[in-house]
Design a protein around this ligand. Structure first.
Ligand code: HEC
Length: 193
């Protein structure tokens, strides 16, 4: 190769280097978190009685590259948080690139008798009255709807007036289950009972 050609090549490659390094410096590196968002899914249990026994388990995202933080605590690899007092929490999920997303989660306070009734209704009164089910104009998806219907719940599931739930597979309830509703009603039929 002639001297001239070699030096031209050198100049050219030098110019190329400058061109690429300049254009690289002008544009900021793309944010690796652009477009990263998580539709955080979780399961929770409420705090029952005066015990701080609420819990949160993150179901999505999960995996060994994801870590989890409750409020301003430190990040942990376990998606489970236990021994929670009633209140509002922020759970932050973080992936291996440091990208984060959050979920706001409330842990409610249930009285022990109400917690048992809520469990019973969740177990026995669907699908007719749960997940949008509204048989007889009654839906029990919210705590407020259960609490305001306490008298009709007792009438139809404990006393059988005017009748027990006709098509319900667990109707009438066992004596033990009926007693759970009666105990809650007698205690004052509130969420805190
Ligand atoms: C398989 C479906 C089904 C299940 C399960 C079921 N119900 Fe019903 N429920 C109905 C239907 C249908 C009606 C409307 C007809 C009637 O009132 O008998 C109704 C009506 C009601 C009403 C409103 C009428 C009133 O008398 O105030 C209440 C309250 C009620 N159910 C409570 C319960 C409770 C509590 C449970 C669980 C322990 C339950 N139901 C389980 C089908 C069901």
């Amino acid at each position: 190769m002639s001297m001239l050609l070699t030096s031209r090549l050198l100049v050219f490659s030098f110019a190329l280097t400058i061109f690429f390094s300049c254009s690289k410096n002008d544009e900021p590196a793309p944010d690796p978190c652009n477009g990263v968002s998580y539709d955080v899914q979780y399961f929770k249990t409420e705090a029952v009685g005066n015990l701080n026994n609420g819990s949160i388990s993150i179901n999505y995202p999960v995996g060994d590259t994801i870590s989890y933080q409750l409020n301003s605590g430190s990040f942990q690899t376990s998606p489970n948080f236990t021994n929670l007092s009633p209140g509002n929490y922020v759970v932050t999920v973080k992936n291996q690139k440091g990208c984060t997303d959050t979920a706001q989660i409330s842990i409610l306070n249930y009285g022990p008798k109400y917690a048992v009734v809520k469990q019973l209704i969740t177990g026995y009164c669907g699908p007719c009255h749960l997940n949008g089910g509204n048989s007889g104009g009654k839906n029990f998806d919210t705590d407020a709807s259960i609490i305001s219907s306490w008298d009709r719940i007792k009438a139809r599931a404990v006393d059988g007036t005017p009748s027990f739930m006709p098509q319900a597979p667990n109707s009438p309830l066992s004596t033990v289950d009926k007693q759970k509703i009666t105990d809650w009603v007698n205690a004052g039929h509130r969420q805190s009972d």
